[in-house]
Ligand binder design. Sequence first.
Ligand code: B3K
Ligand code: ZN
Length: 883
Amino acid sequence: MDIARTPANPDGNPEMADAAHAPSEPSTIRREDYRPFAWIVPETRLEFDLGLESTRVTARLTVARNPKADPSPVIRLNGDGLTADSVLVDGEPSSAWAMDGDNLLLTLPGEAHEIAIATEIDPSSNSQLMGLYASNGMLCTQCEAEGFRRITFFPDRPDVLSTYTVRMRGAKAQFPVLLCNGNRVATGEDGEAHWAEWHDPWPKPSYLFALVAGDLVARTDRFATMSGRDVELNVYVRDGDLDRTEHAMESLKRSMKWDEEVFGREYDLDLFNIVAVSDFNMGAMENKGLNVFNTKYVLADPDTATDGDFDGIEGVIGHEYFHNWSGNRITCRDWFQLSLKEGFTVLRDQLFSADMGSEPVKRIEDVRVLRSVQFPEDSGPLAHPIRPDSYREINNFYTSTVYNKGAEVIRMMRTMAGEERFRKGTDLYFDRHDGEAATCEDFVTAIEDGAGLDLTQFRLWYAQAGTPKVSVSLDHQGDKATLRLKQVVPPTPGQPDKQPMPIPLKLALFDRESGTHAGEELVVLDTAEAAFAFDGFASKPVLSINRTFSAPVTIERSVEREELVFLAARDDDPFARYEAMQELTTGHLVAAATGELGETEREASVSDIAEALRAVLTDAALDDLMRGELMLLPGQTYIAEQMLVADPGRIHAEREALKAELGKQLRSELHALYERAEQVPYSLDLAARGARKVKTQVLVYAAASDPAKAVELAAHQYDRADNMTDRQGALMVLAGIDSAERTGRLLDFYNRYQGNALVIDKWFALQAMSLHPQALQHVKALGDHADFTLKNPNRVRSLYMAFAGNPHAFHAANGEGYRMVADLILALDPINPQTAARFVPPLGRWRRIEPVRAALMRAELERIAAAPKLSRDTHEQVSRSLG
Ligand code: B3K
Ligand code: ZN
C-alpha cells in the first residue's frame, strides 16, 4: 500500500505531535552531546529486489525501548535522499510519522514493535559511491560512516547493534553471485531470477552492512583457526583478474594466523569473503565477513604491481581483517571514538607488516607517512585531537591524525608497558568489551588495568591536538652527562593553551671512541621541563634520542654535524641511523632555503652529507632495503614543515641542487651500487626488493646530476625490466627529463597496459608527479584525456592527488596549480563530495607559505567557498581552512 509518499498531516493526530516536535539534528555534532539511543533494534530483516536502475528495499526492524536511555516515544530513523513508500507498525499502515529533513520520525505507543518500511533506490545514479551503487555492472555497498541511510531508513549510528537477516533477489544472468554479511543460509530460483538468504549471527551496527551482486569469479582457499574452525576464504574479482589474486589470498591467510599468534584473536564465522571493486572512495572496508576492497589493494602480479603495491595489499588486507576484532566485535560508541578502532587497527597492521618484512624499514615508512601527512595536518587549520570534539561531516575525520597519530598514541602505551604487559591490556580490552560499542576511554582504562600503567595524564594525547616540540640539550661535567628536555605543545584551532603530556623517549649515549653504548634507556618526559643525569662518562657522549621514533614529536636540538655523521654511520638502531641522515640533510636544506647558508658553510655541509652517504652506499653490512631508505632525501613537505613560513620554490631548488651535488661527488659509488643491484634477479625476497629500490634511487641521483646519463640508464632499465617496480622506477625518472626516450617509453607504457585501469592510473600519476618543468601543462592536458573521468576516484587521485603532492608544479609561482586544484574540487563536488573534500587540505596550508603564493591559495579557497550548493564535506573543509 502506498499510503505515505507524502508525510501524513499531523493535524488532530496526537502521536504526530511528538514526531513533529522532536528536536532537529544540529549541524555541528558535539562529542559532549552524546546520548544513548532511545530504542534498541534486536533484529533487522532486509529484502532487496535488485536492479541497477531500481532496487526495492524492505526493512523490517524489531524495536524496543532502551532501558539505558532517556525514554522517548519517537524513534528517529535516518535517511539520506530516501522516500518511504510505506510505513507499517506491527503490520498495520501507520500515519504516526513525519519527515525531519531527510530523517523519518516515527511515534510508537508501546514498549516494543515491528516496523516495516519500503523504499526504492537507483544505484546507477549514485555517483557518491556511498550506500548501494553500481560499478561496472555490479552492485555493491559502502556504508561507513553514514551510507546505510542511503539504502533504507534506520537508526544509522554505531551504537545501535542489530542481528541481520538479508534476502536478496536478482536476475541470474546479471547477478550470478549474491553476497552479504555472515553465512548463506538458503538459496533458490525464481524463473529468470534467483535469491539468496544470508544471516549474520553477530550483532553489528549498520555501517558494517554490505551487499554485493554481480558477475564475479573467486579464488577459494581455506583456513583452519586455532580452535579448529574450518573457514572458507574467497577473493572475488571480475573474470580475467583471477590470476592476480594469489598475493591477496596469501596475505589474508598470513593475517589470520598472525592475529591468533600475536593478539590471540580468532576468526568467528565459517566464511570470509573479499570482493574487489574498481570504483571505491578509499582503500577497503571491513564489513563483517564481506570485506569490500578497492581493486588497487587486491590485484597484483610482478608485471603490473610494484613492490610497494605488494606491500600495500598485504597491509590493507591485514588492516581490514584485524578490524574483525578491533572494530567489528568491539565497535565505536559514536564517531568521535573512530580512533578506537582505526588507531588500534593501524598499529596492528603496522606490527603485522613489520613481522612479515623488514621491521626497521617498515618503521621508517610509517614515520615518513606520519611526518609528511599528519604533522602538516597537526600544524595547520584542520588540526584536531585523535578523538575530535566536534564535526559537521564525519567523512572529513578519516584523517591521518585519527589513523596514524592514533596508532602512535597506542604504540606509546605499548612502549611504556612493554610487549607482554601491553598484551595483557589488549586481552582485557577484548574480554571486557566484546560485543559492545565502546569508547577510547574504555580502551585506555583496559590497558591501564591490564598492563598496570597509570595513564591518567597520558589521556591528554586523546584530547590535545598539535605535535609536541621537545628541545633537547646535553651537558657534560666530570663523569656526568645531563640531559635537559623541554616540551611545548603548540596551540591549535580551538585549543590555545596546552598542558604537558607524557612523552616516552628511548635514548642511548654513545662513547665516541668505541662507538658503543651501555644500553638503551626509556625516559618519560611528563613535565614542561626536566633533567636526567647519567653517570660514568669520562668524555661527552653522543646522544641518540627518540630511537625507533618512540614518541610522535619533533625533536629540536642544536647538534654538531659531526655527531650526526657519527650516528648515521654507527647507530645500532636502524631508525636512529636513518634519523641522523635525515637530520643532517634537513638541517642543510632548511638553512639553504632560508638563505642562512654562506658559501663555505654550504660546501662543508654538503661534504659532510656526502661522507655520510658514501658510508651508506658502501657499507657491506647494510641490506639494500635499508640502504634505499637511507638514500632518500627528506620530502619537501617535511622540509617546509620545519619552517615557520616556507618558499616552496626555494626548497625545491635547494633539494634538487643537493641531489645533483651528491650525485656528482658519489658518482662512482652510485654506479658500482647500480651495477651490483642490476645482477639480482626478480623475486619478492627482501634482498631482491632492496636491489630494485637502490637501483631506482641511483637513477634519481643521476637525473639531478647527469640527466643524459640518467636517460640512458633509465631507458635501459625500462627496456629490460621484467617487473613493474623496475619499469615504473625507470619511467618515473624518464618522465622528469625532456627527451625522445621520455616520449617513447610513456607511449610504450600506455600501449602495453591499455585496458588495465590500475596500471593506467600509474601512467597518469607518473606524469603528474614528475620533475618535468612542464608537469603542470601535462596535467592540464591529461585532464582532457579520453581515459580520464571524474567518476572513478582512483583515476581522479592518480592525476590530481599526485599533482597536489608535486610541489614544483602545484606551487607554480603564478598560482595556476592552485587554480587547477580548485577547479577540480568545484567540478567533483557535485559528483563525489567525499573525494572532492580530500583535495582541500593542500590549499589549506596557505598560512605556512610565503605571502605571494599564500594570497593566491587563499583566493582559490574563497572562490570555492563562494560557489552555490557546496556539499557539507567541502564546505566544512574550506571554511575551516579559511578559519
Ligand atoms: N573503515 C574504513 C574507512 C571508511 C571511510 C569512510 N569515509 C576503512 C578502514 O579504515 O579500514
Ligand atoms: Zn580501518
